[in-house]
Design a protein around this ligand. Structure first.
Ligand code: BG6
Length: 335
């Protein structure tokens, strides 16, 4: 998004009421319906004209599911996840913002966005081209809804969710609506449904550098020599792009569910124009022992999921007033 668009967006913000409802913005090609769950929290259901569907929970703007037109679930959500707003949802696509992990102990692990109730926006500031032909909705969060004294900046986030027959795209746009720079991290914490981890391989990251958070030396980058990743133990890796470069794209997850491609990119738009941002990719599976400590992960759930998480987490992104940072993932069932 250009700076002009950001400004237009800021001006428009004054008019936006941030109230969701039946008039919430939909970019054709299907329907978007809102309902309340038994805890009084809004759920958004997208139905693409092909029959593909997705459900988004307003708590954390967490995508709970995406089912292709052919009936294949591509996103794992624990059957024991809490959906009452008392805890970040275990599974789906939680959003990490404004910190990854807990570098600042005053803020919650992975920040406050996944623990906040987002609003279904009546309309977006602009419609990204990549959603042509898709059924789309947009949710919003800003500092009047969720903030923290440890990170007290005026910001506004738009989160687009778009589905097509075999594809879900999610795009997080962070706007600095204040008058000073702020630094943040963000990540799309995607739980991919793979059916059986022992029959799953992840490719596209071989030979890249990563920080191994599951090792004794999490702060030294290693190089991945493998052809592909096979998860047979606790895995927690942050893959980082080469200096001045980007990670190869896409990541491909081959599993009993099918071959799923996850493509990702990030961009920074400011007064100088738009340039790519080097996105990182986290690969995480808690494996048996750590899974047992997660009270909201269903029995044996770690065997049916792997997290492949595009993010801006190695260091921080500096965002100047009026600037926008966008992080996008596109997940498709290839066969
Ligand atoms: C991953 C992190 O993104 O999220 C892991 O790399 C972390 O270190 C995992 O354990 C799950 O975090 P949480 O807070 O949802 O249990």
């Amino acid at each position: 998004m250009s700076k002009k668009d950001c400004k237009k967006h800021q001006e428009k913000k004054e008019k936006d009421t941030f109230v969701g409802g039946p008039a919430a913005w939909v970019a054709v090609m299907g329907s978007v319906e809102q309902s309340e769950n038994e805890h009084g929290l809004t759920l958004v259901r997208l139905t693409h004209e092909s029959g593909a569907t997705a459900v988004v929970h307003s708590f954390g703007a967490t995508v709970l599911s995406f089912t292709t037109a052919g009936g294949q679930d591509l996103i794992f959500c624990s059957s024991t996840a809490l959906l009452d707003g008392s805890k970040a949802i275990r599974g789906g696509i939680p959003l990490v913002f404004p910190q990854f992990g807990q570098p600042d102990k005053r803020l919650a692990q992975h920040g406050f966005a996944r623990n906040s109730v987002w609003q279904v926006l009546p309309e977006p500031s602009s419609v990204p081209d990549e959603f042509a032909g898709m059924c789309t909705c947009v949710l919003g969060l800003d500092n009047t809804i969720a903030t923290h004294e440890a990170w007290p900046y005026p910001y506004r986030i738009e989160y687009f969710i778009a589905i097509g027959p075999e594809t879900i795209v999610t795009k997080l746009m962070v706007h600095n609506s204040g008058e000073e720079n702020f630094a943040f991290q963000s990540l799309l914490h995607t739980y991919i449904a793979i059916g059986d981890i022992s029959a799953t391989t992840i490719s596209g990251l071989q030979g890249q550098s990563f920080f191994d958070k599951a090792s004794d030396d999490p702060d030294t980058a290693k190089e991945d020599p493998d052809q592909h990743i096979e998860v047979a133990q606790y895995v927690d890796r942050i893959y980082v792009p080469p200096p001045e470069g980007l990670l190869p794209d896409p990541v491909t997850i081959v599993s009993p569910v099918g071959s799923i491609s996850l493509s990702r990119h990030a961009q920074l738009s400011n007064s100088e124009g738009t340039k790519p941002l080097p996105a990182d990719t986290v690969v995480w599976n808690p494996w048996a022992e750590k899974a047992a400590a997660l009270s909201d992960l269903e029995e044996g759930g770690y065997m049916r999921m792997v997290c492949v998480e595009p993010g801006l987490v190695n260091g921080t992104i500096q965002l100047e007033p009026g600037a926008c940072a966008a992080l996008t993932q596109r997940i498709s069932l290839e066969r």
